[in-house]
Design a protein around this ligand. Sequence first.
Ligand SMILES: Nc1ncnc2c1ncn2[C@@H]1O[C@H](COP(=O)(O)OP(=O)(O)OP(=O)(O)O)[C@@H](O)[C@H]1O
Ligand SMILES: [Mg+2]
Length: 251
Amino acid sequence: MIELKGVKKSFGKHEVLKDVSIKVEEGEVVVILGASGSGKTTFLRCINFLEKADEGTMQFGDKTIDFKTAKKNEILHVRRHSAFVFQNYGLFANKTALQNVMEGLTQVQKKSKAEAEKIAKETLDWVGLSDRYDYYPSQLSGGQQQRVGIARAIALKPEVILFDEPTSALDPELVGEVLDLIKKVAQMGITMLVVTHEMSFAQDVADKVIFMDAGVVVEEGKPDEIFVNPKEERTRQFLSRIISLEPMYNI
Ligand SMILES: Nc1ncnc2c1ncn2[C@@H]1O[C@H](COP(=O)(O)OP(=O)(O)OP(=O)(O)O)[C@@H](O)[C@H]1O
Ligand SMILES: [Mg+2]
């Protein structure tokens, strides 16, 4: 279980996260929606300390961490048990698909090279890239690169995977294959937080949808509650804007 309470983060005078609290049960898939600039990426980055929140606490499994005073071993604990899937894949350009997946296994989890290679190959097979071990990112399509990004995340057997708009950099015809893969990951029972504009994916896969605006959680609920019966005017406005962009978002 992951519970964040009172998370605040400013960049200079700009208060990006004003007081964000959410609770995610083990195995739950939580979709985070919100307009550009509402703080979604910053929030995900704060969870695994890619960004340091100014205030707030996080219960991560049996550990409670205060962001203000987080110690090195607490940060490492979260990093060892979480993984991030980036919008722009975040792969090392000078490493092959296999080496990209091995990196966290050897560097963060301190596995032997042989063991890391075995796990990395099995995971690349699982995401459908058994014939691409030795390809560099520049030799892979966007969809294939993101599948490497997802393989790199699940190879770590994390307790939680944080997905930040995993399909928004893809050509439309590649979005479906990556969403299908993310659904497969959800079925494995891994806890997931997913920032996405893919409404039909959210409706299919999410246990809970959170709508953020201007650094706060405006509303949260089951997909049907949020999509069919949003309580808050701001949620309604956001959804109607997204739906009017329907062709773009493949709903
Ligand atoms: N490193 C940074 N330095 C200064 N400002 C930042 C930094 N990172 C984010 N911001 C600002 O914080 C605000 C929220 O950014 P964030 O990337 O979290 O939004 P978002 O909801 O993910 O938006 P999008 O949907 O466009 O990805 C923005 O106004 C952004 O300019
Ligand atoms: Mg973002």
